[in-house]
Design a protein around this ligand. Structure first.
Ligand code: ADP
Ligand code: MG
Length: 701
């Protein structure tokens, strides 16, 4: 591509020396004129209209007035710290106040002069006042020149000190726009612009910073959001195709005896339709020598484990081993236990490798993995160590992948040539379009159905005043032979306080539910692993009726007899976490209950979270709300996936544009997969340029 003004470094822009250029880079990562043009204002103020004093109706709404100033009426404080004057127009007067810089302001203002005043009025008894208004003198006999719609940019003290407050940045942007005007070729098809009434690119960029009116701003915003999303989707889809072409996978053509025997003789239940569909998807990925990179999303309890096992049996039928990697010791043990149970009687074994497995026990497992006699191993990060070698690792299943970094997955990948098929399982479902974007080149499977007979967990939100009732209810359930969790939050920053909460909660439970009738187990992160496991086991075996714990149980235990989940300080948990916790109950035949206990004072956001939990058990709905509350920033892969290139568009707020961009990208690439038609050259150049800096991330599932 020929060099364009867009690539000019900011330091070369008139008025920006090296020092300012450094600051802009440090503070906002701006290096080139293009970066500056994409440094969008976070809002605009409408200074296109002139109001009168009589128009002022509410506090806090910005207003623009043409006023004649009266003499300063009040100066108070030492060194004239505060200054008050009156301004009037034909309809009335307002007070103008300065608390800072009063002396300087006083020198600027002329008694009896005319000024264009802009600021937020506040009610002051029966009159209005404006603190620290912006002002501009208006010569006698002239109409005021209204600034129109004005952009407001993020700035900061350092930049302000160098004349780069919001207005200073606006002046730079205006210059950059003039210089780059000719270097902003259109790359969207003309017919799309017509269909949506969107402006051309150069116009859109200008209007986004300096719109003539609200409508132009809206159109420009939509267009730029769309183009960001389109470029992202094209990038992602191309990466995915690239991956498919470049990476061979183990062909798993055989559906052999292990798979068949398990399916027809061993499987203790009928698979749900959703489970069957996912097994078919896995089967079709792996049949032909393509490399599988698949994400299975399924709500808590939807039965992902058995799907993973069937994929592992498929691998073994074709002579390959599998591993299942879990983020925590407890979860790995749990998987190991459930896989071993499922495999019982099949003659197949499943090993366990975690940090706490003793060397003497590791040796034979590692040996069996390297000589190829052990078909399946479950473990934690311990699996990644170099000493763990496989004869032929055909499939790696990764549970709860958001806790694993890309690098760790790369190490799994490197354990074999060609790399193992990758099956990622997550119980934190996110909406489909978002998943396709965030998880990039992963193909997506969804288990959107729970095994039959599950009763939705009944959920309520109570405040402290209902405490006695809650204990009464709990006692009732325990006397019917059920078990319960009582969960306390644990946030690293306030760990010490949280432990105090946990311990005092535990002590009041001991009093409320005394021995010998009740046994209570306590589990938290400060215990030794053996101690923790021992208590977990006592709860799982039904020796203890209540398990008091911090969030360590979040992804852990499966205790079908537990029917009550009490979450203390529920307002402090995120939605995904609450949903995971609730998923610990409702696993058996009895009706289960989730009780969210909170204090009296709740933020609006906490209330939304609690109400969502009470109103639905559907993990996907919960994920949607979560996404709207938090944005996708916390999700896996945000860094790698090029989402950082979204400056204006938001995956959660602009759902419709995301859909539109996805469809448009699919359509374009189906016609012209490499965008090599001459008319697509500008689009192709845009994609390449924007994602040149994004590292190749599409290799690891
Ligand atoms: P998750 O998706 O949360 O990992 P699991 O795989 O742990 O769910 O399954 C939860 C429970 O449901 C397990 O006890 C499992 O045996 C059972 N289960 C899985 N699939 C079915 C099915 N199709 N019918 C009945 N029970 C099932
Ligand atoms: Mg699971």
């Amino acid at each position: 591509m020929t060099r364009s003004a867009l690539d000019t470094s900011l330091g070369l822009l008139a008025g920006v020396g090296p020092a300012k250029a450094d600051l802009l880079r440090e503070q906002f990562g701006l290096e080139t004129l293009e970066d500056l043009l994409r440094f969008y204002p976070f809002r605009h103020v409408d200074r296109s209209r002139l109001n009168t004093v009589a128009d002022i109706a509410e506090e806090g709404t910005e207003i623009q007035l043409l006023l004649r100033l009266e003499p300063v009426v009040e100066k108070r404080g030492t060194k004239g710290k505060r200054m008050v004057t009156q301004g009037r127009d034909a309809s009335g007067t307002v007070e103008l106040i300065w608390f800072k810089g009063a002396q300087w302001i006083e020198r600027q203002l002329k008694n009896g002069g005319r000024y264009l005043i802009f600021g937020k009025p506040q009610r002051f008894g029966t009159s209005w006042s404006i603190a620290h208004p912006e002002f501009e003198p208006v010569p006698e006999g002239y109409a005021p020149k209204l600034p129109g719609w004005q952009p407001v940019y993020h700035s900061g003290e350092k930049l302000q000190n160098r004349g780069l407050g919001s207005n200073g940045i606006a002046r730079l942007v205006a210059k950059a726009l003039d210089l780059c005007e000719a270097d902003l070729p259109e790359f969207l098809p003309e017919e799309w612009l017509l269909r949506f009434g969107w402006p051309h690119r150069a116009r859109a960029l200008r209007d986004l910073h300096f719109p003539p009116d609200a409508q132009a701003l809206r159109k420009a915003t939509d267009r730029i959001k769309f183009e960001e999303l389109l470029l992202l989707q094209i990038h992602i889809l191309q990466q995915k195709h690239l991956h498919k072409d470049a990476v061979p996978g183990w062909p798993l053509p055989e559906v052999g005896t292990h798979f068949h025997r398990f399916y027809s003789e061993k499987l203790p239940f009928e698979l749900t339709e959703a489970q069957k569909r996912v097994v078919r998807e896995i089967r079709s990925d792996t049949r032909t020598g393509m490399h599988m990179n698949r994400l299975v999303q399924g709500d808590v309890g939807s039965g992902k484990t058995v799907v993973a096992l069937m994929a592992m049996l498929l691998a073994w039928d074709n002579g390959h081993q599998s591993c299942l990697m879990a983020p925590t010791e407890i979860l790995a043990q749990q998987h190991h236990r459930s896989l071993s149970e499922l495999l019982d009687g099949t003659g197949l074994e499943c090993g366990l490798l975690t940090g706490s497995v003793k060397n003497a026990d590791r040796k034979p497992i590692e040996q069996a993995l390297s000589d190829g006699t052990l078909p399946i191993v479950v473990g934690t990060h311990a699996l990644l160590e170099d000493r763990v070698q496989f004869r032929s690792l055909g499939l790696a299943v990764i549970d709860e992948q958001h806790r694993f970094g890309v690098e760790q997955r790369a190490r799994l990948w490197a354990k074999n040539h060609p790399p193992p098929h990758i099956l990622v399982m997550t119980a934190t479902p996110i909406p489909r379009t978002l998943a396709m974007t965030v998880h990039g080149d992963l193909d997506l499977s969804v288990i959107d159905e729970l095994p039959p007979g599950r009763k939705p967990v009944h959920t309520v939100h109570y405040r402290e005043s209902k405490r006695l009732q809650v204990w009464g209810f709990l006692r009732d359930q325990l006397r019917q032979g059920r078990q319960a969790f009582v969960i306390f939050p644990l946030i690293e920053e306030s760990e010490t306080l949280d432990y105090k909460d946990l311990m005092s909660g535990f002590e009041s439970l001991l009093i409320e539910f005394p021995r010998p009738e009740f046994e209570i187990a306590l589990v938290h992160g400060r215990q030794k692993p053996e101690e923790k496991d021992e208590f977990m086991r006592r709860f799982a075996d039904g020796v203890c009726q209540i398990l008091v714990a911090t969030t360590v149980v979040e992804v852990g235990v499966n205790v079908p007899n537990a029917t009550v989940m009490i979450i203390e300080n529920a307002e402090r948990f995120g939605l995904a976490q609450l949903h995971q916790l609730r998923g610990r109950v409702g696993r058996g035949a009895e009706q289960s209950h989730c009780i969210l206990m909170t204090g009296d004072k709740l933020s609006k956001e906490s209330l939304v979270r609690l109400e969502t939990m009470v109103s639905t058990n559907d993990g996907f709905k919960i994920a949607e709300v979560d996404l709207q509350l938090r944005g996708p920033g916390d999700l896996l892969g945000t860094q790698q996936s090029g989402l950082m290139e979204l400056k204006l568009a938001s995956l959660s707020e602009d759902a419709e544009l995301v859909q539109l961009a996805r469809r448009a990208a699919e359509h374009l690439l189906s016609e012209d997969p490499t965008l090599s038609e001459p008319r697509r050259a500008p689009l192709r150049a845009m994609v390449e340029k924007r994602y040149a800096r994004t590292k190749v991330w599409g290799r690891i599932g």
